[in-house]
Every structure is written in structure tokens, then in C-alpha cells.
Write a protein that binds this ligand. Structure first.
Ligand code: FES
Ligand SMILES: [Fe+2]
Length: 392
């Protein structure tokens, strides 16, 4: 989703016919494996919040496509990530979603090989070792891990780019939001019967908003026009000085945030600029796995996990300043209900989109001018595939 462009920016819309990606990339098993190899196993992917592994020895498992990763905090407080796979005969190491190790060792549940929290093999319980066997040759398979402003990302590539490059420079960096110190108020999880790219396509346009999101379209009047930003309108110059929400992209008059009644919960963030406060929503996007949307009083993080060619898990988490969730102030239902409705509406339409794509006649679709960000997403996908070796 675009944020409001500067007044000098030209019209955003597409000027020529652009095809979508071919239909088979949304459902074929081969294309799904190609996406995993070229995109999901080569980019930074959101794993969890740093607070989810706050204590030394805390661990968490993370799925990325078919890959099972364990993220943990070692005894020195450093973050580590490994494939959740034993070097002996490949057993899974940590089972379940999260836990805390009892000792400074990861011990395989099968034949009890033990690894230090830096992944070194330290104990093999066999009575003798074969000639030429050296424990140093069998460390856990390391995975790159990085913390970005309270969020933990992992990357399965051998030599990943810096984490800062994981964010779309056309989106905001939310640098004025105190992301590190926010705490979780609510988590919503849903498995959607659609390819992961369908989710991002839907995210990247608001042509569907008047039809699919009647409530949201009232709160953000420009969405009610099927547009995301002022410069999406071919006629934008005629309204360039008009500050009304349907042209500027601001929230409807009187609304402060994305909530059922438009009211904020608890304190508003102090460091926001006038423009950020007025914008109503500011997005930071990291393909392929997540976006964060900043409002004046909270942020919402949406994380994707591809589960199969036609199955994607969505997890949304609402993060607030700690004082917004203290005893007498815990009712965030006004905010959660609004976001859940929007996500349910989007998930439903993504699933409908997915179901139509199997037609043997529908080789590809075509984009309309408002879908310029979707075109940018398609080009990103094409570039990712162009840059990658053949799938294993
Ligand atoms: S598979 Fe892990 S110790 Fe045997
Ligand atoms: Fe939507």
C-alpha cells in the first residue's frame, strides 16, 4: 500500500496493458517449489518478536515452506538460529512451537547427540567413534538471524544481504514509532486457502475496497474511491490543494485510528510527525513475509507463512505501548474487531480469487491502472526468479 506521495510526484497509475503472472504460478506444485527456493529460502523472513525468546535458553520453532527452523537465545543472550535437524540421522531436535531448554545444550530426542547453543556437536553417546570421525565436522546447520527493531528475522541463504535491505524502500521505515518497546495485545491466526502471492496482490491494491471493505472505506474515504493515495487519481492535479480525506488519504473527520469507532486506545505515540499523525496508516513492507502498519496508538504486524501452493498462514499481532495495556485499560476490542474484520474480508476474497484461477482458459489476467503496486510486486517476483538458480 502506498503512502501519500509528495505533491510533485506524477500520476501513479499504469498507462499500458500489463498482464498478471501466469495462472499456474498460483497453484502448481512445481511453481510453489520454485517460489520457495528462489524467494522464501533467499530472503529475510520474519520469525517472531525478540520478546518471544526474551530469556536465555528460550527457543521457538519457525516454519518457512517445508523448512523447520529453531530460533533460540543462548546463555550469553545472543540470538542463534539453526535448521531444526540433527546431524546424525536427521531427526527433528526441538518439538512444538516454543519452550525453554533445561540445560545449555540442545539434545536430540533420538540417540541423544548434544549440541552447544552455538551449534557445536559436543557429545556423542556411542561407546566408540569410527576412525576419522570428528565432532567438529558435524555442527548444526546454521541459519542467519538478525534483529530489526524488536523483530527477529531469519534467512536461509548462505550470504544474505543486510537486514535493512529487507524493507521496501517505497514503504515507510516507521522510524518514529517505538517498535522495540511495544508489547503484544492480541494475536490472530488464520489459514487461508490461497497462494501467498494472492495475499500480496490483494494487499497492493484498493480497487477492491469499496466492494469488499465497506467499514474500512468509510474510515479511509480515499479507499472508498478504490484508490490508495492522492496520486492514484488520473485527475489528481485538479484536487491537488483539496485536503478532504477522499483526496488526501487521511482518515474520515473525527477519526484518530483504525478502530470500530475511530477512537484511539491509550496514549498516542509522541514522536510522530504531523503528517504521520494525519495519515491514519503508515506501512513498512518486507517481502515476502511481513508488513507492519503504524497507527497513532498501536501497530499491527502481519506475517505470512507459505504452507503449500494453495495454503498460506496469516498471523496478525497488535502491539501497544506497555502503558496502554495496564490493568484498568486492557479493552482493545474496539481496535482488534476492526482489524479482524478487514483481514477476514481480505482472506475471503483471496480465497475466491484462488478458486477461479484453475480455469484451463485463464492463462493470465490483466491489470488496471490502480494496480500499479501489484505490477511492481509482479516485477519483484519475476526479478527474484531471474536471479535464482534452478530449484533443488
Ligand atoms: S538422529 Fe539425532 S542423535 Fe540420532
Ligand atoms: Fe483489502
Amino acid at each position: 500500500m502506498s503512502t501519500e506521495a509528495a505533491a510533485s510526484d506524477p500520476y501513479n497509475g499504469l498507462l499500458q496493458v500489463e498482464p498478471t503472472l501466469p495462472s499456474h504460478v498460483y497453484w502448481s506444485a512445481d511453481d510453489y517449489q520454485r517460489d520457495l527456493a528462489a524467494i522464501w529460502y533467499r530472503n529475510w523472513v520474519l520469525a517472531c518478536r525478540a520478546a518471544d525468546v526474551a530469556q536465555p535458553l528460550a527457543w521457538r520453532t519457525v516454519r518457512i515452506g517445508t523448512q523447520d527452523i529453531v530460533v533460540l537465545r543462548d546463555e550469553t543472550g545472543a540470538l542463534q538460529a539453526f535448521h531444526n535437524t540433527c546431524r546424525h540421522r536427521g531427526s527433528q531436535l526441538c518439538q512444538g512451537e516454543a519452550g525453554r531448554l533445561k540445560a545449555r545444550l540442545i539434545t536430540c530426542p533420538y540417540h541423544s547427540w548434544s549440541y552447544s547453543l552455538r551449534g557445536d556437536l559436543v557429545r556423542v553417546p556411542s561407546k566408540s567413534l569410527p576412525e576419522g570421525f570428528s565432532k567438529a565436522d558435524y555442527p548444526l546447520y546454521r541459519v542467519a538471524i538478525a534483529e530489526w527493531r524488536g523483530f527477529i528475522f531469519v534467512n536461509l541463504a548462505d550470504a544474505p544481504a543486510p537486514i535493512e535491505e529487507a524493507f521496501d524502500p517505497a514503504s515507510s521505515d516507521l522510524s518514529n514509532w517505538p517498535l522495540e518497546s511495544l508489547v503484544s495485545g492480541h494475536v490472530f491466526r488464520k489459514t487461508m486457502a490461497c497462494n501467498w502471492k494472492i495475499f500480496w496482490e490483494n494487499f497492493n491494491e484498493c480497487l477492491h475496497c469499496p466492494n469488499v471493505h465497506p467499514h474500512l472505506s468509510k474510515l479511509v474515504p480515499i479507499y472508498g474511491r478504490g484508490l490508495m493515495a492522492r496520486h492514484d487519481d488520473p485527475d489528481w492535479a485538479r484536487h491537488a490543494d483539496n485536503d478532504a480525506p477522499e483526496f488526501s488519504g487521511k482518515l474520515r473527520d473525527g477519526a484518530e485510528t483504525w478502530s470500530e469507532d475511530g477512537r484511539a486506545h491509550g496514549p498516542v505515540f509522541e514522536g510522530l510527525t504531523e503528517r504521520e499523525r494525519a495519515a491514519g496508516q503508515t506501512y513498512a513492507v518486507s517481502l515476502p513475509s511481513m508488513f507492519v502498519v503504524g497507527h497513532v496508538d498501536y501497530v499491527r504486524v502481519v506475517r505470512l507463512v507459505p504452507l503449500g501452493p494453495e495454503e498460506t498462514e496469516l498471523t496478525a499481532e497488535w502491539l501497544f505501548p506497555p502503558q496502554a495495556l495496564q490493568e484498568d485499560n486492557t479493552d482493545i476490542g474496539n481496535i482488534v474487531a476492526f482489524g479482524v474484520r478487514v483481514m477476514e474480508e481480505d482472506a475471503a476474497v483471496c480465497e475466491i480469487n484462488q478458486r477461479g484461477l484453475k480455469s484451463i482458459r485463464h492463462e493470465a489476467g490483466v491489470l488496471m491502472p490502480e494496480e500499479y503496486d501489484l505490477h511492481r510486486f509482479h516485477n519483484w517476483v519475476r526479478a527474484q526468479h531471474g536471479n535464482s538458480p534452478a530449484p533443488r
